[in-house]
Design a protein around this ligand. Sequence first.
Ligand SMILES: Nc1nc2c(c(=O)[nH]1)N[C@H]1C(S)=C(S)[C@@H](COP(=O)(O)OP(=O)(O)OC[C@H]3O[C@@H](n4cnc5c(=O)[nH]c(N)nc54)[C@H](O)[C@@H]3O)O[C@H]1N2
Ligand SMILES: Nc1nc2c(c(=O)[nH]1)N[C@H]1C(S)=C(S)[C@@H](COP(=O)(O)OP(=O)(O)OC[C@H]3O[C@@H](n4cnc5c(=O)[nH]c(N)nc54)[C@H](O)[C@@H]3O)O[C@H]1N2
Ligand SMILES: [Mo]
Length: 620
Amino acid sequence: MRAAGYTYREIAERLNALKEKYGPESVAWYTGYSKWYRAWLHRLTHSFGSLNYGAESSVCHTSTLMAWQAVAGRPFHTDLSHNSDLFVGWGCNTMVNSYQEARAMSDFKKRGGKIIIVDSRDTPTTQKLADIHLKVHPGTDGALAWGLANYMIQNGWYDSEFVEKFVHGFREYKEYAETFTLEETSRITGVPSSLIIMTAKMYGQAEAVSTYMPSAAIAHNINGFNSLRAIMSLQVITGNMDKEGGELPSFASLCYADTGFPTMQDAFVDGKRPKNCKPKIAAGKFPLWDVLTDEFQVADLPRQIHEGTPYPIKAVVAFGMNHRMVPQPDRFLAAMDELDFFVTADIIMTEACCHADIVLPSCTSMERNELRGYGGGYLTCTQQCVQPLYQSKPDTEIMCDLSRYLGLDDPLMEAGYEETMKYFISNLSISLEELRDAELPLKMPEYIPYVPGSLRKNGFETPSGKLELWSELIAKVNEGREDLSPLPVWRPGFDEASENDFPMTLVIGSRLPNAIHSRLHEELPWPRSLRKEPMADVHPEDAERFKIQEGDWIRLSTSSGEIKVRVHITAAGLPGDVYMFHGYSEADANELVPAEHLDPYTGFPGFRQVRCTVQKVGAR
Ligand SMILES: Nc1nc2c(c(=O)[nH]1)N[C@H]1C(S)=C(S)[C@@H](COP(=O)(O)OP(=O)(O)OC[C@H]3O[C@@H](n4cnc5c(=O)[nH]c(N)nc54)[C@H](O)[C@@H]3O)O[C@H]1N2
Ligand SMILES: Nc1nc2c(c(=O)[nH]1)N[C@H]1C(S)=C(S)[C@@H](COP(=O)(O)OP(=O)(O)OC[C@H]3O[C@@H](n4cnc5c(=O)[nH]c(N)nc54)[C@H](O)[C@@H]3O)O[C@H]1N2
Ligand SMILES: [Mo]
């Protein structure tokens, strides 16, 4: 038996009643980590009549995309298979969080490439792959980038011809960079001047430099967006943009993948885009986010539910909601409890599910087919191993069913998942059947590889048509306000708590090999056994200062709360810094992040720089 008609009927009746009374914007549509069904949920949101589609992307990757958009008009990426002589990895621990990239880095090193890693800790990646490791204080990457820029400009280690032709705002950039002398940069970042000099020289003199821009590590800071822009600006002044071996533009065409061939995805999402509706949740609070993304910023959802301003939110329909992934998870869940109606679809019965009025069972990837695109022009349709078990269904089927029951007058969605997949690829010369019959991904005849240098020739997609060290877009968005700066200025990323009471820095979320958010370490015994209890990593010097020993119980507190965890003593980080993973239900470090500790450009939380202190509460 599948999700029964009466369940859908109840959902439809209640959502339509809220729409009638409070307007379509009063329903927010949300998705967690899963990416494959997002276009369908986005279309459903539009068909329902609003723009209130939001995602886990409110805390992941979008800040990096937005920074590229501000600097270069669209996202850029590095392809390490091309020849660069230097790779600079910022917050780069790919051996733990991105194995494919770790392999590419390792191959690059074998071919003779040099690797510089900027990481606040020693990691397997710094130890195995880095020629130079710049061990910065958390949240100071922006300052390091400015210091490097200053030293490179002073010594002529930048591409003045490129800057002349393709760069906007160099004068203002150079002037601000001058405040980051070697001494000042070293004081802020903790990196010795000699290493800054060495890095500046290698960076400025290399033929081609490629980089790694993390999705989370640097962006999880209230200064994260600007730090990313400052880092990207180094690629700009050295002429490493729109060039093989440096950065190349990305053109996502199928579920975030840059396949190199067009699909109907945008037409699918835009086909039902509503007009004249209320602004997205948080649009006024994070105007740059509002301009640059097609999602609402989840950071302000609990407040808007609670306060009902600028307009009420009465229902949330979620696919894969893990409330533990945002600051103040209890507050987030309490907001769900305040709603008139909360529906969530998940593959397992999560904590958030227990707070929902209705839970819809989604099936796993083993039980569904998905269109998947890959770089280099490849497309496939994955094959389900078994039919969906019990009452579960693919999320996309659930969305098509909802569209039908809600009476949204969307014949394409009503025709079902299979038909929508056909629509997605209807501009290609391949049929869904042919894709299914093929054992391996097929190369699309429509594949057109990007020709490096095209944007240099035709103009970058920024207001000035050049790469912008001084962002004209941000200058415009900032009109009438004062919190956004066209230059990627640096400031410390701490919360407002007193340094006397909370003398240490809490960094929440650096990846563990055995945990993927709460997915692997909450319920699964084997990965959990590798680190049984929630544990905070504390430096030996701090352990001595606070009289703590390996395995002791400590109270970890910030201005927002406290949790009890075990201690692991390690010199991987710097003295004064405490590292803790997120997502544990019994000791949730995200409860310790102040709700408004947010980057004003992106709304991203400052997870990686919160003032804290530790106190021993029990021996092991
Ligand atoms: N402090 C701190 N917090 C962080 C981070 C950090 O570094 N530090 N990292 C942030 C980052 S980068 C991210 S990406 C987020 C992750 O945030 P989330 O995406 O919220 O995290 P997950 O734990 O992966 O939860 C995904 C949910 O989707 C469900 N799910 C999985 N597959 C499917 C499916 O096919 N269909 C449906 N319907 N549900 C499915 C899972 O059961 C789970 O409930 O966490 C963020 N939170
Ligand atoms: N095993 C595992 N792999 C994962 C995930 C997971 O949960 N588990 N999550 C996936 C997801 S959703 C994402 S978004 C990515 C996230 O990937 P990343 O954004 O790369 O995040 P992290 O692995 O948390 O951090 C990378 C490194 O940054 C360092 N770091 C922390 N703060 C700072 C800082 O301020 N400056 C600098 N320079 N370094 C800093 C940490 O010490 C760490 O070694 O990982 C993905 N891969
Ligand atoms: Mo992420």
